[in-house]
Write a new protein. Sequence first.
Lengths: 473, 306
Amino acid sequence: MLFNTLDFAIFLPIVLVLYWTVFNRSLRWQNLFLVVVSYIFYSFWDWRFLSLIFMSSVVDFTVGRALVKTSSQPRRKLLLYVSLFFNLGLLVVFKYFNFFVETFVDSFALFGTSFNVNTWSILLPVGISFYTFQTLSYTIDIYKGKITATRDPVAFFAFVSFFPQLVAGPIERASNLLSQFEVRRTFQYNKNVDGLRLILGGLFKKMVIADNCALVVNSIFENYHDQSGSTLFFGAVFFAFQIYGDFSGYSDIAIGTSRLLGFDLMKNFNFPYLAQNLADFWRRWHISLSTWFRDYLYIPLGGSRVSKGRLIFNIFVVFLVSGLWHGANWTFVLWGFIHALFVIPVILFLKNNVTYSKDRRLPTFRQFINIGATFFIVVVAWVFFRAETITDAFQYLKIVFSESLFTMPHIPRSGIVLLLGYMVLEWIQRHKDHVLDIAYIRSGSLRYAIYYIVLFCVFYFAGDLQPFIYFQF
Amino acid sequence: MYKKTIIFLLPVLLVWGALEFFYRTTETNYTYKHKQIITKYADSEILLFGNSHALYGLDPAFFERKTFNISNVSQSLYFDELLFNKHAKNLPNLKAIVLTVSYFSLSQEDNTSEDLWRKYFYRQQMELEVPVISDFDVKKYSVSLARRFNKSVELFQEYIEKGTNVNCFENGYGMQDASDIVDDKEEITPIIVKKHEDGLKDFTTNTKRLERIIEACKQNRITVFLVEMPVYKTYYDSLNSEKKEKITSTLEALEKKYGNAHFLKLSQDARFEAADLRDADHLTNKGAEKCSRILNDYIEERLERN
């Protein structure tokens, strides 16, 4: 069930009414109801994969309980390995098996040795990369003593399967989300209003920005050989907004829906295209994933308190793994590599922490140049993310950086103007929680007028229904 | 909170209600054709089925026998069969049916995303039982939810400007004029080719569908004419050769297998010229007249022979 469909528009109000009226009596009933509706929500994709979520919940709940009951370090380590093996095993089997086999065969083919190995024809369960990382963080945090294991299996099952963020995040930590499942939720007016704003803004990003950009992007990338460099460049720019609108729109709806149910999820996007360098970009883009890698990979590798050589190695590892997390294709690995390449100089030589002043209406000239340069690098890297193969990506960029870059592009120019207009809105709202965070506007009529304008745009200017890009990860 | 939300959503609910009222009270090609075929039950001898290629390519006015064109834009063989099953039994004088087969017709899957909204209109406005619509699908009960809002607004504007949303004549032939003619057919051709190329070559479902229709016709002594409509040369040349050959061989096999089926291939018939086409794959009024006359002669010759 997609957030931007009629099915969800019917599903959510029914869930909310039942949640706040019938099942509001006790914490146990609230959680039990959320488990049931989350499983129903997921079964709209493929009910067979519910067993994976169920097994993941059983394994990590059991491991968590066992970890707090034992003080023997070897036994604790063994329990952690069980959790790691199970969760990463699921990912390897369902997501990476064919990729590893094909890479293995290709590597040996380079040396003239050929293997005849069969790959599997298996479906990728929606959201597997998200919920396995979430449950992994739970057992790792217990192992490290950061949190204690929950005694409530229903709360844990609800935490793993929580439908707003089940299929595409934000990837929550037990310390933030599981603790909320252990306290009975009460209806809060302001939280609900902001939740609705987030949902409205998210629908706008997904249906108006992403789905309209997708039409342009698909036609350009499918026939990139026949296009000019300038058209291809703007095709990549449109893709940058497609993936941003798509994923941040999803996150906004997920966070907004959670608020309607009385939960606070972590912020996943913070106006990423206003980033002033690549490190800043990663503090603003898919924050739940980048902080996950920071806490569970970068810091265990030594973080930044190591030699320069080791620091460079650590950054490369994090970004290459992050690239691979997105998909079993070398294009994603190269995408991660490019980001690492531009993050390293920032961490080594530049001022890492950049902020915007609340007093200034416009960015300084230097900030403006930084935003532009960062966006340019991000756009070039997106070509690798979007292309089917690495060869396609390089050929695409070869055409971009040819003489035809200076010709008139064949793109909808109104689209560029509207995207620029949207970026101006983001700049105005840069210190707010989200782009439709307009509680500070005192005039109720003006707020309502803005809501209606956005709602009209969602209905009237929506592009053709497209699946969420991040569902494939 | 909920009171405020409902008040906020009230205009949205009102617009929804107004659109539903509009769709349920305004005549469209679906309601109009449905009404017309019922009035013509007693004397219709030939029924023309198909998508826009038939809608704008076959004019019943140029057939000797009483003919009705029940085709519609994007009408697949799935709906052709449903319409045939609904109406054929009520047509005592039916002698022949024409099924136009386009490049994508045989490979088209049921209930695909292409014009997905239309199935709700067939059900609601042509009174067809459409099995692919689930009882749990809300669009089954509200057609305004099936169409995108901007399309509904466009349709409403058209109604305000023209006073009707019906774009076909009483005999079912689609209305078109000079403004529909594309100047540069070469330019538009690759786009149309791409749109029509589904990459599928499995004809099993639709071949069985055609066989069911032909069998039913045989029992009622109705002759079936399978027709490949004329298309622009560059369009035809750009299509997948293997698939084109498979379409031809499938239709020839049906002709051979059933005594009451005939296959007429007009896709690259030399009697048609570029000026007969308004774009890559649709005939102009003049082209439609020519095509209708050719098909009429062919039908009459075969019916007399039988």
